[in-house]
Design a protein around this ligand. Structure first.
Ligand code: FAD
Length: 309
């Protein structure tokens, strides 16, 4: 728990980030979780997954953009990605995931408006390419703002995916609000630091919350996207899908690139829809820190990569 908190704090800190910034994506521990530095490298990995019957959501890494130029550059990166996906003929099976903080939400005085405009531009390009976007959920202080952007976008782009985090005490209520016809909702445990006043801390409490949220989404009219590697929760999700008479195409499992690939293939072989979250780009540091926080066993590999590079 202490190590987890330290790693999540390091994800926002500058110290290790500076040291790590010279590590290439090709370094072993980074390349386990990150598809490459360029859109073409990510598309190449996406093709391999598609060949195995696995769908993809691609994330251009980066968050907490500090100026308008950064937000515009992140927007252009998504437009370029969607153009390349379209030209490669794989856009229908590859949606994109994005973070509002990468698109300018933190900027004063009108960051949320700027992020909404940038996201709208990307959502339109995604639709023209034959695919859709999902908006990642970041730390607990941004949930209201993210959900209001999702609501606003869904007026014109109802296919926009939302993300809810089971570790937040409010999330059961948010699941009820979002379990309507056509609403695509990714349910994950939650990867950021959050105080006990707003979040469950014990693993067992988070898992129980996840199950309560899953029940609401599976019983509802929307399209649940079950984002977890947890074998017990995957089993429960399958049982709930059966209980609520859901056919395989009416919900999907989602996992992170590099995590439990054999389980991804097993679910595909059972006829389930599986989508892998595939990040690429050189801003991999905060993303990798969150992965290490989930699996401290990898910390040793990371430290070794830092000193032996
Ligand atoms: P954990 O509690 O981490 O693990 C449960 C069990 O899963 C473990 O005991 C083990 O049996 C198995 N397992 C987990 N990892 C491994 C591994 N590496 N190898 C072997 N077995 C393993 N978080 C956000 O806050 N916002 C987001 O927008 C967001 N989007 C996500 C999108 C996707 C597709 C996924 C899969 C996750 C996303 N997350 C997001 C991260 C999420 O919140 C969790 O932090 C992360 O998925 C780890 O939680 P878990 O459900 O896998 O369970």
């Amino acid at each position: 728990m202490v190590l987890r908190r330290a790693l999540l704090a390091a994800a926002r800190g500058r110290g290790v980030q500076k040291l790590a910034s010279t590590m290439p994506v090709s370094s072993t521990i980074v390349s386990r979780f990150v598809a490459g530095e360029t859109a073409d490298e990510a598309i190449e990995v996406a093709r391999q997954l598609l060949d195995e019957g696995i769908q993809v959501t691609i994330d251009h890494l980066g968050e907490h953009t500090e100026d308008r130029e950064g937000a515009e550059s992140a927007t252009r990166a998504y437009l370029d990605l969607l153009d390349r996906l379209s030209r490669a003929g794989v856009a229908r099976s590859c949606e994109v995931s994005l973070k509002l903080s990468a698109l300018g939400r933190d900027l004063r005085p009108d960051g949320e408006k700027l992020a909404l405009e940038n996201t709208r531009t990307i959502a339109l390009a995604a639709r023209n390419a034959g695919t859709a976007i999902s908006i990642d959920m970041e730390d607990y202080t941004t949930v209201d703002s993210t959900l209001s952007v999702v609501q606003e976008l869904r007026r014109d782009f109802p296919e926009t995916g939302a993300v809810l985090q089971a570790y937040l005490r409010r999330t059961e209520g948010d699941c009820r609000d979002l379990a309507y016809q056509g609403s695509r909702v990714r349910l994950c445990k939650g990867a950021y630091a959050a105080p006990e006043s707003v979040a469950f801390r014990r693993r067992s409490e988070i898992d129980l919350s996840y199950v309560r949220c899953l029940k609401i989404l599976m019983a509802g009219q929307g399209y649940p996207m079950v984002a977890t590697h947890d074998p017990r929760l995957i089993e429960i999700a399958s049982a709930l899908a059966m209980r609520y008479d859901r056919s395989p195409g009416s919900y999907e499992f989602q996992m992170l690139y590099g995590v439990r690939p054999e389980e991804q293939r097993r679910l595909v072989s059972l006829g389930d829809t599986v989508r892998v979250y595939l990040p690429y780009g050189d801003q991999w540091y905060a993303y990798l820190m969150r992965r290490l926080a989930e699996r401290p066993a990898y910390v040793g590999f990371f430290l070794r990569s830092l000193v032996t590079r």
